[in-house]
Design a protein. Structure first.
Length: 403
């Protein structure tokens, strides 16, 4: 099968933008960005993922003096280094070090203190999939990573304050309907409690087209393995390219005021159905689709797959827990500034709870999870106490039950 040019496909069929959405603001603030970044020590946590690595490339354009990258994905760090070293005209500082470790490990603090002080710190380490919402154990791991570790790291940063700290969020934090979105909303609440002491910003942004582990990236894997493709026919999303995902985080980190939440200025009509992307993907690949009636029908058709027959695709109606048919970046109660930047909106009035309230919330969740007497529903009900806009959608079905 013809393997298409993915970056070109994203521009022509998904974002429908020939150049980056954020190019005008990067150009406008180029001098300021250079003054903030050039020669500085930068730490990126979760830097091997799609967004983290794209952020690194956006920052490297302004020549930092030192770059330390931490990620639990050892293979991902290897590929990041190969990518940076293999890209023509790519600036990489002489002091460039990668560490395969968790930012929750004790060895991380030793590394942090040795290589610091860091002027710019960005955290991309997160559970990001709605798929991770399975039971109490997967949810506890999600909250541990997205909330507890983030808070512990902020306590460390209080003692060694950077000039700027960025922690990535998600569009699913606005009116969350799944635990992943709720955990990131709670993360926002946690970091905002520190925003009077540390220069902190965050960003909610759209789906990153063909990002690691995404539905669209899975298409490439399925094709290589001659496996069928399945896709929801009723779900639409905002999309940014991998390059754009790093740029919005870089702009938010460097140009935002403490406590601000950034998001891309995209109109509702720019949302794209996954079904439409899938159809375009096969058109661009010069391959017809064989519509299937079920997962099993698709798997059976895949048994006789070859280049001369249509590719089996199953379009289904979404029926899994925590699945929102559309996305949004802010709520009616948010004070939004759409004038400051050409490509970015900014939420100015993010709730900033007193530290005592955050400590109580985190301690209550710790106590619940250490009790041994909890399940998914009990965790959801506890999260609702602290997140009034969390309206969980429970269907009893999870994404792991689908292809």
């Amino acid at each position: 099968m013809n393997i298409i040019d993915i970056p070109r496909f994203i521009k022509e069929y998904i974002t429908k933008r020939p150049t980056s959405l954020f190019a005008p603001d990067i150009e406008k603030y180029k001098q300021e960005l250079s003054e903030i970044i050039q020669g500085k020590n930068v730490l990126v946590i979760g830097g091997a993922g799609t967004i983290g690595s794209s952020y690194i490339k956006a920052v490297l354009a302004f020549k930092p003096g030192k770059l330390v990258v931490v990620d639990t994905n050892e293979n991902g760090l290897t590929e990041l280094t190969r990518d940076l070293r293999s890209t023509p005209n790519q600036f990489v500082p002489e002091q460039y070090i990668t560490y395969p470790m968790s930012f929750g490990d004790s060895v991380f603090e030793k590394m942090f203190l040795t290589h610091g002080p860091f002027h710019i710190v960005a955290n991309f380490a997160a559970h990001k999939h709605v798929r991770s919402e399975k039971d109490q154990f997967s949810i506890e791991a999600m909250i541990e990573n997205n909330v507890f570790k983030a808070k512990s790291f902020l306590d460390l940063l209080l003692k060694h304050k950077p000039e700027r700290f960025f922690c990535v969020s998600t569009d699913k934090a606005a009116n969350p309907v799944n635990v992943m979105g709720a955990s990131k909303k709670l993360m926002e609440e946690v970091i905002m409690a520190y925003s009077s002491e540390i220069q902190i910003t965050t960003a909610r942004f759209a789906n990153v087209a063909f990002s690691n582990g995404s539905l669209l990236a899975g298409y490439i894997e399925r094709l290589f393995k001659n496996q069928p493709i399945s896709c929801p026919n009723d779900v639409k999303r905002f999309f940014v390219s991998p390059e754009e995902s790093g740029q919005i985080c870089m702009l938010a980190c460097m140009l935002g005021k403490s406590g601000e939440i950034f998001f891309p200025k995209l109109e509702e009509e720019e949302q794209v159905y996954f079904k439409a992307i899938t159809e375009d993907f096969f058109k661009a690949s010069n391959r017809e689709i064989a519509l299937c009636n079920s997962d099993e029908d698709a798997r059976v058709k895949a048994l006789t797959l070859n280049e001369s027959v249509p590719y089996p695709v199953y379009f289904f109606t979404s029926d899994t827990s925590g699945e929102k048919l559309y996305e949004e970046f802010y709520t009616d109660s948010d004070e939004v500034d759409l004038q400051q930047f050409e490509s970015l909106g900014v939420i100015k009035n993010a709730r900033k709870l007193p530290m005592e309230a955050i400590e109580k919330c985190v301690n209550d969740l710790h106590q619940l999870m250490n009790s041994g007497n909890y399940d998914k529903q009990i965790i959801v009900e506890n999260l609702k106490k602290y997140l009034p806009d969390f309206q969980h959608i429970e269907t009893g079905k999870g994404l792991d039950q689908k292809m």
